[in-house]
Design a protein around this ligand. Structure first.
Ligand code: GDP
Length: 299
């Protein structure tokens, strides 16, 4: 939580800054409410979620007769937390009784898939689990090298194919290796060429089908770059059509002043944000906890 707070405030969070100014007034008039709305929209919360949050907040402030900055802020924090659906299950399906849990990692190029695979492997290994990494992003030349470097760094075996190999066959081999060596988790990194939507969907569909010859995919994580803002939501839909996304990892939250994008993602996609990326290093991955996140956002 301390790191989350440091990382978010380092990016000079737009929401906290904007709101502090408005809430320090002694009277919340129409202008003030508009500014609260603007702050939320500027922070990428999204127009629809913002409208709902502000409406509910106004009603609460009216009913409770809240006056002080602290009171209103507390109620805003509660509304933002509620908008993040705190009851959702955010645990990662990383083990199962009969063989390795299979996690498919999807998203556009540059979103942070390979890095996130490495970071997740690190968390699992540190937790005493064994991991096989599958380098099924055979499109980007350096991707498999990059994943293997992460594997060495965190102590996980990486299964790679020759350059230009069929991604599905590498994924198949990785799961087979995971089964043969009895590991807990197989993490599969995939390619994300969004410029060719049909090709991408075909490829991901095939990877999934081929992997399922070994057994079901237990988790499909969509990696979204927080700095792409609302555009990321459009990309997300393409992936959701191609595969059954079960969780979102929002990366590069350290590089944006618009942390509110988490609320938009959670609201519009209806899929739990499970992890957040807060930097390029191996320890820069945190489980997503709505309340702690909102506290850091309003800090
Ligand atoms: P991929 O193409 O989706 O596999 O993306 P990569 O894993 O290669 O990441 C693209 C770039 O984003 C790399 O330079 C990563 O170091 C960087 N990156 C990934 N996650 C984060 C993050 O949470 N914060 C920051 N600041 N950079 C990140």
């Amino acid at each position: 939580l301390v790191r989350l707070r440091a990382r978010l405030s380092r990016s000079q969070n737009a929401l906290g800054r904007g709101l502090l100014a408005v809430l320090s007034r002694d009277h919340l008039d129409e202008d003030a409410w508009e500014e609260i709305e603007d702050s939320l929209i500027t922070a990428d919360v999204g127009i629809e979620p913002t409208r709902v949050i502000v409406e509910r907040l106004r009603e609460r402030v009216r009913v409770l007769g809240s006056r002080t900055v602290t009171e209103v802020r507390e109620q805003l924090a509660e509304e933002l937390t509620a908008a993040l659906d705190p009851g959702m299950d955010r645990t990662l399906a990383s083990t199962k009784a009969d063989g390795p849990a299979v996690i498919l990692v999807v998203g556009v190029n540059g979103a942070g898939k390979t890095t996130t695979c490495g970071k997740i492997a690190r968390v699992l290994v540190a937790d005493g689990r064994s991991v096989v990494l599958g380098a099924a992003d055979t499109f980007r030349a350096a991707a498999s090298e990059q994943l293997a470097t992460w594997g060495e760094r965190v102590g996980a075996e990486t299964v790679r194919g020759p350059e230009g190999a069929d991604p599905a066959s590498v994924a198949f081999d990785a799961v087979k290796r995971g089964i043969d060596t009895g590991v807990d988790t197989v993490l599969i990194d995939t390619a994300g060429r969004l410029q060719n939507k049909v090709g991408l969907m075909d490829e991901l569909g095939k990877v999934k089908r081929v992997v399922e010859k070994h057994g079901p995919v237990d988790e499909t994580l969509l990696i979204l770059d927080a700095t792409t803002g609302q555009n990321g939501l459009e990309q997300a839909r393409v992936f959701m059509e191609a595969v059954n996304v079960t969780g979102v990892v929002l990366t590069k939250l350290d590089g944006t002043a618009k942390g509110g994008i988490v609320i938009a993602v959670q609201n519009k996609l209806g899929i739990p944000v499970k992890l957040v990326g807060l930097g390029e290093g191996p320890d820069d991955l945190a489980p997503f906890e709505p309340k702690a996140f909102v506290d850091a956002l309003l800090d």
